[in-house]
Write a protein that binds this ligand. Structure first.
Ligand code: KG4
Ligand code: ZN
Length: 340
């Protein structure tokens, strides 16, 4: 087969990041993300504000992605966009933009499932990063998702476990809020955990059957614990903040690792790929690495910029679908609850 020259523009707008990326064959040429700072003061994403910010950001972000890739829009072979899951108002901005651009340029439009994209980000060509072999287990952990997926092939995957309430990132963020930390609190908890004693306080892990997760009970346990302790000592948080963070983090890591061990045991698959913003957590990375010795598994962690919400992961899925000729019709609609 002759080498093709395929350029795909990926567009991501499912939550609070407006992102665009250009991929040439399997290699990323540009990966632009505009974060929305506006949500920080509210301690969480405000859907209506997110949608409005996407409208303001999308044209500059796409323009920048094309400029950084040093290509003209006429050179594009296809436009890939996040169809879902996500916030409807946010998804609509990327979907309408992608449809219009593909129609105007008369090139294929390719819809992408955001959760599949978090997993397939591992197939971006990047020096120093190995691609997991099929079949593998993918654990997507972020502010919006917590899933364990059995990946048989690019577009043959099955969710074998997921959260029944909060996502793991929310467990970090909501715990942080109780402790008076800013939003999102995950990175700050991670930083403080390194300085604290993880065995200082003990929080019970939730009992959830099988491979599903639950994090809302942990948040409540932390809230009651803090309320109790501050009644006895009003300075309890400030005096013990690093130890509290380390203890919370250890509990969360324990929950994730226990489920991964069970997933490996039940599927017999020992290749584990992670994705999502929480995979930046240094404790989780260390626990996964330690597991290589302890449990005999192999782990795959993508480059950081491809783990949080980004458009490079949308572009790689667009590229893989382009190769298969799997295109969307112009009447396709965004889907807030799209499943894998
Ligand atoms: O993937 P992401 O950027 O956006 C989505 O939620 O889809 O993930 C953001 C989440 C937030 O909950 C944030 O607190 C968490 O990832 N996070 C971390 C760390 N860095 C980001 N959680 C723990 N440790 C970190 N180092
Ligand atoms: Zn995501």
């Amino acid at each position: 087969m002759t080498k093709q020259n395929i350029y795909i523009l990926g567009i991501e707008s499912s939550c609070d990041d407006t992102a665009a990326a250009v991929i040439h064959n399997g290699k990323i040429l540009s990966n632009i993300v505009a974060n929305q700072k506006i949500h920080e003061e509210f301690g969480g994403v405000v859907p209506e504000l997110a949608s409005r910010a996407h409208q303001q950001n999308i044209v500059p972000v796409v323009t920048q992605a094309l400029a950084k890739a040093k290509i003209e829009k006429e050179q594009l072979s296809g436009i890939a966009f996040t169809r879902g899951p996500g916030l409807m108002g946010s998804l609509l901005v990327g979907t309408s933009f992608a449809k219009s651009l593909a129609f105007g340029l008369n090139i294929p439009l390719i819809d992408v499932n955001h959760m599949q994209a978090h997993i397939l980000a591992h197939f971006i060509d990047e020096e120093g990063f190995n691609k997991p072999p099929f079949p593998f287990l993918a654990m997507t952990i972020s502010g919006g998702h917590t899933q364990i997926v059995r990946v048989n092939h690019y577009f043959n995957m099955e969710v074998i476990g997921e959260t029944i309430d909060d996502a793991v990132g929310e467990a970090f963020d909501k715990s942080g809020k109780i402790l008076g930390l800013g939003y999102p609190a995950g990175p700050e908890i991670d930083k403080r955990a390194k300085l604290g004693n993880p065995k200082a306080f003990k929080f019970t892990k939730p009992r959830v059957d099988g491979l599903n997760f639950s994090f809302s009970g942990l948040k409540t346990a932390i809230l009651y614990f803090i309320q109790n302790e501050t009644k006895a000592n009003p300075n309890f948080i400030t005096e013990n903040l690093n130890d509290i963070c380390a203890s919370i983090q250890l509990t969360i890591i324990g929950i994730l690792i226990d489920k991964l061990k069970l997933a490996v045991k039940t599927t017999g698959i020992k290749h584990i790929a992670i994705g999502g913003g929480v995979s930046a957590n240094s404790g989780i990375r260390q626990a996964l690495k330690d597991g290589e010795q302890k449990f005999g598994w192999t782990t795959y962690v993508p480059k950081f910029e491809f783990t949080t919400d980004n458009a490079a992961m949308i572009a790689i899925v667009g590229y893989l679908k382009y190769l298969e000729g799997d295109f969307s019709e112009q009447n396709i609609t965004a889907s807030a609850r799209l499943k894998i």
